[in-house]
Ligand binder design. Structure first.
Ligand code: SF4
Length: 328
């Protein structure tokens, strides 16, 4: 680990100033940043600790939107009674992530900033445009079982590793941030950048900007939602394929659908073709499977991950059936 200075911010304004300095990084729950630093995958010259700042940990579930303070812990949101009852997809995405110990420490804002598990990024020595811009991408001709079916480029094909972000993508979500030029609300679909020119730049956050909250518009589809995650072992593992589905139903007919995919794309991935395959239809297992097929119609499998296409179709179909059965 490289030497660094530790700065415990006394206020939000001080945190913004310190975080904007070259080489600075934020520390909140520490579960991502310390992990990256131990692996020499991040080497900030200064760590700005914001984990104790007041007013950023509240979870509000009344009114027209849920509001999750950026420093709220994953475990607290996963156990919130309103989230559990009215937005099970959000609760499940948190319950199925990491371990209880990590969920007790990790923050909801920091969770959005976790970095890929690509083995070539993590090993610290292989060519990797994300770790060392311009060095190449070892995954293009290497092990690609874990790599993306959607959103990749010739520069990077790494999957986004999160669960919470996939569930958020199935709702009208925004990320509130505050920086030197003021506050802004970023639609969640725009928060993570595509891997275009520079895979090392993963979000649209400007230097010094700090996430203050995540907001989710209230919707009756919340009660008919689920997050289904398939992984290589039953706990403490990242998704091989996952799907978040939220439905509005009129009897057996789907009135509205939101579907997002995880484990298969470079960022939280909406599947509008799958949503269109459900809306206006009487839901059945056959219709749900058609939605799964639509979700993966434009997948770009590689040598070792083509199995994810069929697995993904079935995950979407099962999630749709589970979601529809809720709220009856
Ligand atoms: Fe690096 Fe992305 Fe290629 Fe993995 S897929 S080696 S993270 S550039």
């Amino acid at each position: 680990m490289q030497p660094f200075t530790y700065h415990r911010a006394g206020s939000f304004d001080e945190a913004m100033r310190e975080a904007a300095r070259p080489g600075a990084a934020l520390l909140a729950g520490g579960t991502t940043m310390v992990d990256l630093m131990r692996g020499d995958l991040a080497a900030p010259s200064s760590l700005v600790d914001i984990g104790h700042l007041p007013g950023l940990s509240e979870i509000t579930t009344t009114g027209s939107a849920l509001r999750f303070g950026a420093l709220a812990r994953m475990a607290d949101a996963a156990e919130d009674p309103v989230v559990l009852r009215d937005y099970p997809a959000l609760a499940e995405s948190l319950q199925l992530a990491a371990s209880q110990q990590l969920r007790n420490a990790a923050t909801l804002g920091g969770n959005l900033l976790q970095r890929t598990r690509c083995v070539y990024f993590r090993n610290g020595v292989s060519a990797c445009n994300k770790r060392e811009p311009g060095s190449g991408c070892s995954a293009l001709d290497g092990e690609d079982r874990e790599m993306a079916l959607f959103g990749g480029s010739e520069r990077c094909i790494a999957t986004y590793p999160g669960d919470w972000g996939i569930a958020l993508a199935a709702f009208d979500t925004a990320v509130e941030v505050r920086g030197a030029t003021g506050t802004r609300s970023i639609p969640f679909a725009d928060f993570h950048r595509p891997y275009g020119e520079d895979p090392a730049v993963e979000t649209v956050l400007a230097p010094g900007e700090i996430i203050t909250a995540i907001t989710v518009q209230a919707t009756p589809a919340g009660r008919r939602s689920t997050y289904l995650k398939v992984r290589d072992r039953e706990s403490y593992a990242y998704a091989v394929v996952s799907a978040a589905v939220a439905l509005e139903m009129d009897g057996d007919i789907v009135r509205a659908a939101r579907i997002a995919l995880g484990g298969v794309a470079t960022k939280p991935w909406r599947a509008p073709e799958a949503e269109a395959a459900l809306v206006g239809r009487t839901l059945s297992e056959a219709v749900a499977l058609q939605a799964g097929e639509a979700a993966f119609a434009h997948a770009q499998p590689r040598r070792q991950n083509a199995f994810k296409v069929e697995l993904g179709r079935r995950v979407v179909a099962r999630a749709a059936m589970v979601a529809a059965a809720r709220g009856n």
